[in-house]
Structures are given as structure tokens and as C-alpha cells.
Design a protein around this ligand. Structure first.
Ligand code: ATP
Length: 273
């Protein structure tokens, strides 16, 4: 795991002013980070630290103010075809007027994959996410967890080198969330892709990752990178009960807590009791 797949090199992002009295919002200040081939890297940090901003920049959806992102040594200047994205809001990422199969096929069609190959990949990816046979249904006929599986199936079918996921499980119930976490680990095993993941859930970060990068408060830098020292094979019950799991969890919580002091919100207003 030593080849660098993605190099995030001195990224700085300031959103432009939104009015005459606004001087712009500096969100990212000098983010430098290598993501290695085949690893699962999770980014955590205080609320509003710029995690989504960073992911969107890495995915080529947002232009950095300065700095660059390199994929296999080549500068990213728009959404590269080697990257697939999964967002939190599956209801907006799937087209409700298209069947599940058509939703999955869409990016493949756009990249000129032939009909027979598309059919094969749609079927295989639905099977991989445990949704064999639902291709003809529409997204709105499925539960939230099933819709997020479809979004993951679409990403898998695309066979990306890099998968970028922004809080993909934030809107599903706890049991579904655990199932989807395990699904993602199985997918990673099969696809050998590189994963860049954002979550608010520290336990989820430890459970899934090879490394966890903690962002500081805005304007953010990388505060700390933690190597997750857990057996490769993860299990919801056994892995989470390991002493090393608690140690990593405590280190990440402690680091984030030290970044966010109660005084960040200013003095307590009188009307709060
Ligand atoms: N388009 C925009 N224009 C101006 N400011 C923005 C824009 N998008 C985000 N911001 C600001 O940038 C900061 C970081 O937002 P971002 O969503 O990247 O953080 P985050 O760490 O993902 O947040 P959260 O933890 O709440 O998910 C916030 O202060 C936000 O208000």
C-alpha cells in the first residue's frame, strides 16, 4: 500500500464574498495529504470544518483557490472518470423517473460502455449490494436503505479507481447503517479501489478505515492522521469490542474535543437556561 493514488497538495479554499459586507469565507488552509492505492481513508473533524468542501475539491467539482489535487500524478481540473461519488442524500442522487437499472446504467452509457456490458454490470452490481431482481423498480418504491444501496451499486458498476463518499449513511437507521458499512468493506475487498470517506460518526470511521485524518477547525489544516491498527477482517461485534478500537476512538474524540472549546460559541446568552 505504498503507491500514492491521490495527492492533495497545499489545497486552500476561500469561498467568494456573498455581498458587499462579506469578505469571503476561508474554509481550507493548506491541506496536504496523500491517499494510498487501495486504502480506506476517512476524514473527520469538527462540524463545519470543511470536510464536504475538501471532498468536492478532490472530486473536481469545486475549484481550489490555490493548491492542486493529483490523481496518479495528473492534475485534476474537472470530475475525472476514474472517480465515483456517493452522497448522503440518495433521494436527490437517484432519478425518480428512471428505473433502478436505468439509474445504474446512466454513467456507463455516458462513457460509451456497450449495451451487453452495461446489462452485465447492472445485474452484477445489484447482486453485490443484495438487491438482485429490483432493477425494474423505481427508486421511490424502495426504502431509504435500499436506495442508498442502489447509489452504491451505481458507483460499483462504474468500476472506479477511487470512490468518494460524503456521509453516505447519515440518513439511514442504525441497523441498516451497520449492514451498509459491511457492504462497503466487501465491495472494497472485491474492487481493490481506493476509498475516501467522510463521516461525523467516529465509531464508523474507526470501524471502516485504514487511516483516519482529522481536520482542524476552519480555516482547516490536517490536525492529525491516525493509523488504524485493527485486524483487516472487520466484524461489527468483535472489532468494536477490541481494546484497540476503544483506544483509537478515544484518541479521535479527544483530538476533536480539544479543537472545539465551549468558548467557540462566545459567552452564554442570557435567554439560555
Ligand atoms: N458555497 C458556499 N459559499 C460560501 N460558504 C460556504 C459554501 N459552502 C460551504 N460554505 C461554508 O464553508 C464552511 C465549511 O462547510 P462544509 O460543508 O465544507 O463543512 P463540513 O465539515 O462538511 O460541515 P458539516 O460538519 O456540518 O457536515 C461552512 O462554514 C460553510 O458555511
Amino acid at each position: 500500500m505504498t503507491d500514492v493514488r491521490l495527492r492533495i497538495d497545499g489545497i486552500h479554499k476561500t469561498y467568494p464574498p456573498r455581498g458587499r459586507r462579506d469578505s469571503g469565507t476561508e474554509v481550507l488552509r493548506d491541506i496536504t495529504l496523500d491517499v494510498y492505492d487501495g486504502e480506506f481513508l476517512t476524514i473527520v473533524g469538527p462540524s463545519g470544518a470543511g470536510k464536504t468542501t475538501l471532498l468536492r475539491t478532490v472530486a473536481g467539482l469545486l475549484e481550489a483557490t490555490s493548491g492542486q489535487v493529483l490523481l496518479d500524478g495528473k492534475q485534476i481540473d474537472g470530475p475525472p472518470r476514474e472517480i465515483a461519488l456517493v452522497f448522503q442524500d440518495y433521494s436527490r442522487s437517484l432519478y425518480p423517473w428512471m428505473s433502478v437499472a436505468k439509474n445504474i446504467a446512466l454513467p456507463l452509457k455516458a462513457h460509451g460502455v456497450d449495451r451487453a456490458e452495461i446489462d452485465k454490470r447492472v445485474e452484477a452490481s445489484l447482486y453485490n449490494v443484495g438487491l438482485a431482481g429490483v432493477g425494474e423498480r423505481y427508486p421511490w418504491q424502495l426504502s431509504g436503505g435500499m436506495q442508498q444501496r442502489v447509489a452504491i451499486a451505481r458507483a460499483i458498476a462504474y468500476r472506479p479507481e477511487v470512490m468518494i463518499l460524503d456521509e453516505p449513511f447519515a440518513s439511514v437507521d442504525a441497523q441498516t447503517r451497520n449492514d451498509l458499512e459491511d457492504l462497503l468493506l466487501r465491495v472494497k475487498e472485491q474492487m481493490n479501489s481506493t476509498f475516501v470517506f467522510v463521516t461525523h460518526d467516529v465509531d464508523e470511521a474507526v470501524y471502516l478505515s485504514d487511516r483516519v485524518a482529522i481536520l482542524s477547525k476552519t480555516p482547516s489544516r490536517i490536525e492529525k492522521i491516525i493509523d488504524i491498527d485493527l485486524p483487516k477482517e472487520r466484524s461489527q461485534l468483535e472489532t468494536r469490542a477490541l481494546p484497540a478500537f476503544s483506544k483509537h476512538r478515544a484518541e479521535i474524540f479527544g483530538t476533536i474535543r480539544n479543537l472545539v472549546t465551549p468558548t467557540d460559541q462566545g459567552p452564554l446568552p442570557e435567554y439560555i437556561i
